[in-house]
Design a protein around this ligand. Sequence first.
Ligand code: F6P
Length: 571
Amino acid sequence: MTSEQARVPVDATTTHAWGSLTELSANLVPDLRGWFAADPDRAGRYTHQAADLHVDLSKNLVTDEVLATLLALADEVGLTERRDAMFAGEHINVTEDRAVLHTALRRPSDQPLTVDGQDVTGDVADELAKVYAFAEKVRSGEWTGVTGERVRTIVNIGIGGSDLGPVMAYEALEPYVQDGLEVRFVSNIDPTDVAQKTADLDPTTTLFIVASKTFGTLETLTNARLARDWLWRSLVAAGAIEDSDDGRADAVAKHFVAVSTALDKVEAFGIDPANAFGFWDWVGGRYSVDSAIGTSLAVAIGPDAFADLLAGFHAMDEHFRTTPLDQNVPVLMGLLNVWYTNFRDAHTHAVLPYAQQLHRFPAYLQQLTMESNGKSVRWDGSPVTTDTGEVFWGEPGTNGQHAFYQLIHQGTRLIPADFIAVANPAYPLTDAVGDGKDVAAGADVHGLFLANFFAQTKALAFGKTPDEVRAEGVAEELVSARTFPGNRPTTSILAPALTPSVLGQLVALYEHITFVQGVVWGIDSFDQWGVELGKKLALEIAPAVAGDESALAAQDPSTAALIARYRELRA
Ligand code: F6P
C-alpha cells in the first residue's frame, strides 16, 4: 500500500477477516478453564515482553484462531503502513492536516528526522536543552523570585493534556522528586481549585508554569490571571514588590514561565518569550507529556530522570515499530480491544493499577483513549460502520476491589480489564506484628498487595462453579449467589519497578494501543472536534449567566430556566 492509499480508510467491516471474526465470535463459547487444561503452554505462548513490561494475555477470551484472524484484520486495514506513515511524519491527522509525531519527542537526537522542511530531531533537542537548563536553575536555587528566595513550589496551570499527563507522571514518580520541591496542579476553572492550591503558599517561593498548547484555553488563561493577581496582591502585602507596573512586571518575570506552541500569545500575557518553552502542532495535547508540557515534571524529577522517561517511551516505540505483529504487545492489546468492542459487545474497559503511585493513570488514559477514539466519522468524513471508542475507567487496586469489582465478577456486563503491577515497591514495608491469623508477623506488605493482583485475575478467569460452592457446605439456596461464572477477560502487566523508564513504556504502550484501534476503525485519532461546541456555547451563555436578559432570552427553554434558577439561587 502506498502512503497515498494509506489516507483512505478501509472499511474494516467489509474485510474478509471481519466476516470470519463475526463467525468465530458467534461460535465461541469462552472456556478459560478448558483452554488452559487443554493447552499447558497457553500462558507461555500468550505472554510477551515489551521492553521491561511482562504482558500476559492468556486470560483473554481468545483462541489461536481468533488471534490469527485479528492479525489478518490488521493486515487488511493496512495497520503497518499507517504506523510507518505516523513514524515518518505523514499528515495522518487528516482533519487538521498535521503530522502526528509524538514519537519524535523521544527519538534519540542521533537519528535525524526532517518533516515538512523542519529539522524535527534538532528542534526537539534544542527545546529539551532549554527545559533542562531551566530545570537545573530551579533545582539548584539559581532561579530566584523577587526577594532572592529559591523556588519551593511550582504550580502548573493547564487542563486536559496540559495537566493530566504532568500530574499523573508527577504522582507516579513522586519518589524521584527533589527534596524541598513540590508541584501543584491547577486545572479546573472552578475558582475553588486556584483558591485551594494557593491558600497556604508563600508567593516569594512560588513559580507558576502556564501550560497550554494553544494559549487560548478559557480555563487556563482565567486561572493564570487569577494566579497572577494572587501573586501581585500577596507580594505587595508582604512588602516584596512595589504596587506599580514595574513591580508587577518584575513579579511576572520571576514567577511565571509558560509552555505553548503560541509564543506570541505568551508574550501578550506578559511572560517574556525567553521564559517560554515551545513545542509543535504535530504534538497532540494528550500526547504531550513528554514535550515541554512536562516542564513541571522535568524540574521536579530532574533532567536525568526525565531523559530516562523519554528513553522508556522510545523503547516502547521501537517495540511497536519493529516487533512482528503476532508478538507486538500494543498491536495485540489494541486488537483485543477491537475484539471485545465489536464482537463481544463490551462497552467499557477497566484499567486497574496495583500501584498507588499510578492512581491518576486511569484518568490520564481517559483523555488519551476517549478523546482519541470517541469518533463516529472516519478520517475521510464518512460515517463509521461499527462501534468505536470504549469507556475507559479504573481505580487503583485494592481500593477498586472494595468498590466496583462485584460488578466485574458477577455482573451481567463483560468488562475487559488491564491489571498493572510492579514487582518492587517504592516503599517496601513489613507488617512487624501481623494479625496472628492470615498475616504472619514480618510479612512483606507489597507481597500481600500483589497477592490480590494475582488472585483477582485468577478469580475473574476461572470463577467458582456451583459444585465447588456446594463442596464448601453452602446451603443450596445460596449456591447461585455465591457462584462465580469466570471467563471474565483480563490482561496482566508486570514491570520490575515504577521507574521513569517504565512509566514512559506504559504511557507509550497505551498511546499505541489507541492508535491501533483508531486504524481498525478508520478514524482520525488525533483530532478532537467533539470538544468545540460546548466550549463555544459556554462563551455564548456566559453573558446570560452574568445577567444579560437578551442573552438569556436567546436560550432554549430548559437552559434558560436553569440559568434563571441559578441566578435566583446565587447569593
Ligand atoms: O478541549 C480539549 C483540549 O483541546 C485538549 O485536547 C487539550 O489537551 C486541552 O483542551 C488543553 O488545551 P491547551 O493545551 O491548548 O490549553
